[in-house]
Design a protein around this ligand. Structure first.
Ligand code: 13P
Ligand code: SF4
Length: 357
């Protein structure tokens, strides 16, 4: 196989001005036969979804990241939307937003690298105020998180006095601090019903709120936020896949529009979607969610065929092996939360975690 030379010295000089000084200097790694042999067990995990040519580029970085994790006493929390070489080969804890929030509360390492988006890293920081929490790319945001501010939530509280505010974890710490309790798509119904009231505000995802309203007698008041990935799916495109092969199962995330959820065979969080596929083993399935998740599940269930209208989250896709390596090497980019905000935001996350533990 070809030899790939990773030139760290060149990378180090390309760092943005103002980024932290270089950490430990390391020799560049090459894809040698010895490295290929050493990394073979990890390649076995992704061989159905990563080509040998791609592995030539990934393997040296995977090795380097796993060594840096040991040196830094670090762990990587990887969301289900990470690409397979990240998810399966360097992620220490993998899962949906709820699973990652729970893991964040239990982490014993000194450093947490969030292979996900900024609100997830903030949640990890809230649960670990004394640890170093890093995000490999500070620009990894979320259209839902940017759809609402703390001031908006204060305005809602005035407009609906006495109505509890449930906030999706896909929000900034500022927004969480203004809310009574958080939820994820895994536990939204349970959280809403735990409050024992006839009416709640469930913000900011309008479609998640509408889906929860179909699952409970509690009246749900929504906000107009949308996920830019899930809002793009249409029932027409999904029905065309099913028409081409009527055995195709359609599994949707609750951030999808109601008319998409209506044509789905099952709706649930990313973790629930994965459990459904692993449990039911359909011949052919269409996961109506971010595209990389299909690859991650396909790596584990090669007997299932995945059809994909491939919608990628531009924020999740900012996270790469190179950036994770640099994050560990230079301890960048540290995520911090104002302690005044953090205390109140932590309470909302902890109420959720305690409820669903
Ligand atoms: P879950 O992993 O909690 O289902 O959330 C999906 C999502 O869009 C996260 O950004
Ligand atoms: Fe936000 Fe949607 Fe991307 Fe998740 S997939 S991070 S909800 S924009």
């Amino acid at each position: 196989m070809a030899t790939v030379h990773i030139n760290h010295a060149a990378r180090a000089t390309e760092r943005r001005p103002g980024s932290p000084p270089a950490g430990p200097q390391r020799p560049a790694l090459e894809f040698t036969p010895a490295l290929a042999r050493e990394m073979e067990p990890l390649y076995q995990r992704v061989k159905h979804v990563v080509t040998p040519m791609e592995w030539v580029q990934y393997a040296p970085l995977v090795k380097e990241i796993n060594e840096l994790k040991a040196q830094r006493n670090a762990v990587i929390l990887a969301h289900n939307y990470m690409t397979p070489e990240i998810f399966h080969c360097v992620g220490d804890f993998r899962g949906d937003s709820l699973q990652l929030a729970r893991e964040a509360a239990r982490v014993e390492a000194d450093v947490i690298v969030q292979a996900g988006v900024h609100f997830m890293a903030e949640t990890s920081k809230l649960m670990n105020p004394d640890k170093t929490v890093l995000i490999p790319d500070l620009e990894a945001g979320c259209s839902l998180a940017s759809s609402i501010t703390g001031a908006d939530v204060r305005m809602l509280r005035e407009a609906y006095p006495g109505v509890p505010i449930v906030t999706y974890v896909n929000t900034s710490a500022d927004v969480k601090a203004e809310s009574d309790i958080c939820c994820t798509s895994s536990n939204a119904v349970k959280v809403v019903e735990s409050l024992g009231v006839p009416r709640v505000l469930l913000i900011p995802d309008e479609f998640l709120a509408k889906w929860v309203a179909t699952q409970t007698k509690v009246e749900i008041i929504a906000w107009k936020g949308h996920c830019e990935v899930h809002e793009r799916f249409t029932p027409e495109e999904l029905l065309a896949f099913r028409a081409a092969d009527p055995g195709t199962k359609i599994i949707a995330h609750p951030e999808c529009p109601p008319e998409v959820i209506e044509v789905a065979d099952f709706t649930g969080s990313t973790a629930a979607m994965i459990d459904w596929v692993k449990g039911k083993r359909p011949r052919k399935v269409l996961l109506v969610t971010e595209c990389s998740m299909s690859s991650n599940v396909a790596a584990e269930v090669p007997d299932v065929e995945f059809v994909r209208p491939c919608n990628l989250c531009p924020h999740m896709k900012r996270i790469s092996l190179e950036k994770i390596r640099d994050s560990l090497l230079y301890l960048q980019h540290e995520v911090t939360v104002d302690p005044m905000i953090a205390e109140r935001a932590r309470r909302a996350v902890e109420r959720m975690v305690n409820l669903t533990n």
